[in-house]
Design a protein around this ligand. Structure first.
Ligand SMILES: NC(=O)c1ccc[n+]([C@@H]2O[C@H](COP(=O)([O-])OP(=O)(O)OC[C@H]3O[C@@H](n4cnc5c(N)ncnc54)[C@H](OP(=O)(O)O)[C@@H]3O)[C@@H](O)[C@H]2O)c1
Length: 295
């Protein structure tokens, strides 16, 4: 069997088309969704992520402003910028681009964001609500993975989902989303990590296998059940002298081998990646809708 390749790029574009309509409706109510982004320093990856957020916001009509601060900005100044955005009634969503420079306590800074504007979904109030099954902003990458599954016809309900990785960014919130007694969830979830003995024993049982480890090509074909759906979250640079940049991007899944065994698989790039920014924009639009009283 050769797997169906699930295009996150196409699913994300479809969601952005829906968001454009929601933004147009908000504008009829006199409201333009507003996303405030704080970027500290000049980390190239962070600059590129912020650019993709600016581009996505522009595409769907969200007003986006990036506050650029130098790398040596004191923590108190970063918190002041968050307070300014918290106190600005026009602002619907706030995002602080991570990683932050070493002298800044990231947790302290992120927890300063008002939970009502925490469109990244990482504030403990939102994570607590997520765990309790209450409405909240869902963290963007895990929410994007859920959308990939549901929108490509692989509803997780009743399935055994095995997640490789337990980070606060991906693995833990994804587990919390997928085991809820809710539409597009209701799965049985197993999470494996570096403390798990013999990971293949678990991955081979997965109807849906999610690899989110940051370990290049970790998931081999013999770790995957015939006909499984495989979601590759990993983004890893590996040396490739044939490329101009000297490297190429690979996921956590040995794509070429696993695609001969799986029923469906996401590629890297073009799988989970494009979903993350789109779900951030969705949270921003949703925040504006709540404020405008049309949600
Ligand atoms: N496409 C996107 O939008 C997007 C978004 C976020 C992340 N990513 C990518 O997804 C990957 C994971 O990101 P992350 O932030 O979740 O990474 P992370 O914070 O480094 O967490 C990695 C997790 O995987 C586990 N792990 C790592 N190597 C393992 C191994 N050999 N065996 C078993 N478990 C292992 C770790 O276990 P322990 O807890 O035991 O250490 C940890 O729980 C990265 O490649 C990242 O670039 C992509």
């Amino acid at each position: 069997m050769t797997a169906r390749i699930i295009s996150g790029t196409e699913i994300a574009a479809a969601i952005r088309s829906e968001l454009k309509l929601r933004v147009a409706r908000l504008k009829e109510h006199g409201k333009v969704p507003y996303l405030g982004v704080i970027l500290v320093g000049d980390d190239p990856a962070s600059i590129s992520y912020v650019k993709s957020k600016e581009k996505g916001a522009q595409e769907i009509g969200v007003h986006e402003v990036t506050i650029r601060l130098p790398a040596d900005t004191p923590e108190s100044r970063v918190i002041q910028s968050i307070d300014d955005l918290n106190n600005d009634a026009e602002v619907d969503g706030i995002l602080v681009q991570t990683p932050l420079p070493g002298h800044i306590d990231t947790e302290k800074v992120l927890y300063h964001i008002s939970p009502e504007k925490d469109v990244d979904g990482f504030h403990p109030v939102n994570l607590g609500k997520l765990l309790r099954g209450q409405p909240c902003f869902l963290p963007c990458t895990p929410h994007g993975i859920q959308q990939i599954l549901v929108r490509s016809g692989y509803d997780p309900a009743g399935k055994h989902v095995v997640i490789c990785g337990r980070s606060n960014l991906v693995g833990k919130p994804l587990a919390a989303i997928l085991f809820q007694k809710k539409k597009g969830a209701n799965a049985t979830v197993t999470v494996v990590h570096t403390g798990t003995s013999h990971i293949p024993n678990f991955t081979r049982q997965a109807d849906i296998l999610v690899a989110a480890m940051g370990s290049p090509l970790f998931v081999k074909a013999d770790m995957v059940k015939d006909g499984a759906v495989v979601i590759d979250v990993g983004v890893n640079r590996v040396e490739d002298k044939t490329r101009e940049k000297g490297y190429r991007l690979v996921g956590d899944v040995d794509f070429e081998a696993v695609k001969e065994k799986a029923a469906a698989i996401t590629p890297v790039p073009g799988g989970v990646g494009p979903m993350t920014v789109t779900m951030l924009l969705q949270n921003t639009v949703e925040s504006a809708e709540i404020k405008a009283g049309i949600k």
